[in-house]
Design a protein around this ligand. Structure first.
Ligand SMILES: Cc1cc2nc3c(=O)[nH]c(=O)nc-3n(C[C@H](O)[C@H](O)[C@H](O)COP(=O)(O)O)c2cc1C
Length: 167
């Protein structure tokens, strides 16, 4: 019997979901060169020197082949008003931009205007991790673009940041 045999996947998913996160759209180019994006909350800062971030892609994603073939990625940290983009880029099926505007910084990865901050990145290493692949990327350019309220995700729902109360 493996150690993990006693872990119920539903219980594990529920426990994972207690960890409140921001929400990003990770963008890249598909194999035809078109801009695509995928909603991800697995974004994590990794290292200041060198500047590294990571995100984790499920192997069952329809975008798996395109993300594995790509080298350049944009991580766009969403604000509350961009909740529609989170829905758009997490709905199974087409992940192309359509008429959603984007900018280019240093790489070919689409950068979404109005996001709180963005990281324009090149792949450093992919690490196989169970049913996901960790994408560890070097940040080539970044900027804080907006001071708006962040979009947050907690227990499988979008939530708002409460204004801080002084003690
Ligand atoms: C808030 C939120 C965060 C998500 N984070 C991730 C993530 O970190 N990694 C991932 O592979 N999928 C993540 N997903 C799921 C994808 O956005 C997408 O729904 C899933 O990959 C199925 O679509 P696809 O098959 O077209 O990729 C997240 C979804 C939501 C709504």
């Amino acid at each position: 019997m493996k150690d993990s045999d006693s872990i119920d996947p539903k219980a594990l998913r529920r426990a994972f979901s207690c960890f409140a996160t921001g929400v990003t759209v990770v963008t890249t180019r598909n194999r035809a060169g078109g801009p695509i994006g995928l909603t991800m909350n697995s974004f994590t800062s990794v290292s200041l020197d060198p500047p590294l971030i990571l995100f984790s892609l499920g192997k069952k994603s329809e975008q798996y082949e395109d993300f594995m073939a790509a080298d350049e990625f944009g991580v766009n940290v969403l604000c509350e008003e961009q909740v529609g983009l989170s829905g758009r880029f997490s709905t199974p099926g087409d992940k192309s931009f359509g008429d959603i505007p984007f900018e280019l910084w240093k790489t070919s990865a689409p950068i979404i205007p109005g996001a709180l901050a963005a990281f324009d990145c090149r792949i450093d290493q992919r690490v196989d991790a169970g049913d996901h692949i960790l994408f560890i990327c070097r940040v080539l350019h970044t900027a804080v673009v907006s001071e708006a309220a962040p979009l947050l995700f907690h227990r499988s729902s979008y939530v708002r940041l409460e204004p801080q109360v002084d003690a």
